[in-house]
Each structure stands twice: as structure tokens, then as C-alpha cells.
Ligand binder design. Structure first.
Ligand code: SF4
Ligand code: SF4
Length: 212
């Protein structure tokens, strides 16, 4: 069955943004607010839960207070402070270990207890996962598998109140998110080509359009 017959949202094709403006008369027929009204009611009942309400209000207040003034690190600090969190978990990629050291220092100097776990912790050889020598970045050498499941378990065990992801790559971040107890926020994602700024590929369209 084609997607549109099943009435899935297609917000990127809308352009009217009636959801944002509140101008209901501009809502297109194809909008999920029209064909999935009940879902929005159901979603909102989740916000009645005290913990979720706190998270949502803190996020909105940080957004308003730091709007176009604070960097993402500052927003994370402000968010954690609003929620009165004390212990922050940092899950990071070995490729960003220097950045992780700095982030850890910043968070510590901001008054948090920082628990950090690197992606290679466990030192399990990639072969154990079923990969062959040819599948490695440098065949013929020892390569530890990345273990985002262990990263999540270590931070869960340390009872971190907020987890911060720094530079985990595509797929390994998916695994981390699958096992990490919430809440989790992302400080940076991995993009080795674009200085960890994946949207560079979108903003520099003239440069990248041949690739896509
Ligand atoms: S108005 Fe509806 S379809 Fe358009 S962007 Fe908002 S939610 Fe999506
Ligand atoms: S596999 Fe991903 S998380 Fe692991 S070292 Fe490489 S980039 Fe970092």
C-alpha cells in the first residue's frame, strides 16, 4: 500500500506550518492533526506525568533563556541544573577522547559528578563479534569492537541522572540509545568528514549535491 494511503505524516512536504502558528484554518487535510487527532491527546497525557512535565518545562525554559546565546554545552549544563541533577554520564568515542576530557572538565567545574565510558571499554576483539580480519579498518592488527551496550550499562549502573553522548558514530549511537536508561542528550554526533557537523552536507549543497 502506498504510504499516503496509510495516512502517515509527511510534514516536510507541508510548508503551511499551521501546527506552529496555531492558525487551524490553514491546516492541510493531509496533516496528522486532522487524521490522528486522538494520538495527540494520547501523547499529551504523557506530559501529565511529573517527571516528564519537569523535563519538558526545563527544556522549554532553557530554550527560551539561552535562545541564540548559549552553546549546546551551556544548554546541557543549564538543563541539568534546572532538573537538579548531580551525576552526569558521558558516553564517548575514542576518536574524540581529547574533546571528552575537556567536556568532562567543564562539567566537573560546573559542579557535576561526571562518570565517563569510552566506546572501546571491554577490549573485546572484533573477531568475537563475527567480523573477519578484512572487515577491520587496519587488517592484521588488533581492533577492539565498540561496545555501546557496555557504555550504557556502565552509566546505568552508576545511576547517572543524565547521559550525554559525544561522538558515537551511526549505528553505535543507535545501540547506546537502545540500552541507556533515559534521559539522554546528544552533545555531538560523529561525522569524520565534516568536523562532526553533518549538516555541513546540507548547507554546502553546491559542493555536496553531486554525491547525493
Ligand atoms: S501543519 Fe500538519 S502537516 Fe503541516 S507541518 Fe504542521 S503537523 Fe505537519
Ligand atoms: S566505531 Fe564509532 S564509536 Fe567506535 S571508535 Fe569508531 S567511530 Fe568511535
Amino acid at each position: 500500500m502506498p504510504l499516503n494511503e496509510k495516512r502517515y505524516p509527511d510534514c516536510t512536504s507541508c510548508g503551511r506550518l499551521a501546527c506552529s502558528s496555531g492558525l487551524k484554518e490553514k491546516t492541510p487535510e493531509s496533516c496528522p492533526m486532522v487524521f490522528d487527532e486522538e494520538l495527540f491527546d494520547r501523547s499529551f497525557t504523557e506530559f501529565q506525568k511529573e517527571n516528564l512535565n519537569n523535563l519538558a518545562c526545563s527544556a522549554a525554559l532553557v530554550e527560551a533563556e539561552g535562545y541564540c546565546k548559549w552553546t549546546r554545552i551551556e544548554e546541557i549544563i543549564a538543563f541539568a541544573r534546572r532538573l537538579e541533577y548531580k551525576r552526569i554520564g558521558l558516553a564517548y568515542c575514542i576518536g574524540l577522547r581529547l574533546e571528552a576530557e575537556r567536556v568532562s572538565t567543564i562539567l566537573t567545574n560546573s559542579g557535576f559528578d561526571v562518570v565517563s565510558a569510552i566506546c572501546k571499554a571491554g577490549s573485546i576483539p572484533k573477531e568475537k563479534l563475527g567480523l573477519t580480519d578484512n572487515n577491520k579498518i587496519k587488517p592484521g592488527h588488533f581492533e577492539a569492537m565498540c561496545n555501546p551496550v557496555a557504555q550504557a550499562m556502565l552509566l546505568n549502573k552508576a545511576k547517572t541522572e543524565l547521559k550525554v553522548v559525544l561522538g558515537l558514530c551511526v549505528g553505535h549511537d543507535s545501540l547506546f540509545l537502545q540500552y541507556a536508561e533515559p534521559p539522554v542528550t546528544i552533545l555531538a554526533v560523529k561525522d569524520r568528514v565534516l568536523a562532526h557537523n553533518p549538516l555541513g552536507a546540507i548547507y554546502a549543497e553546491h559542493y555536496f549535491k553531486k554525491r547525493f
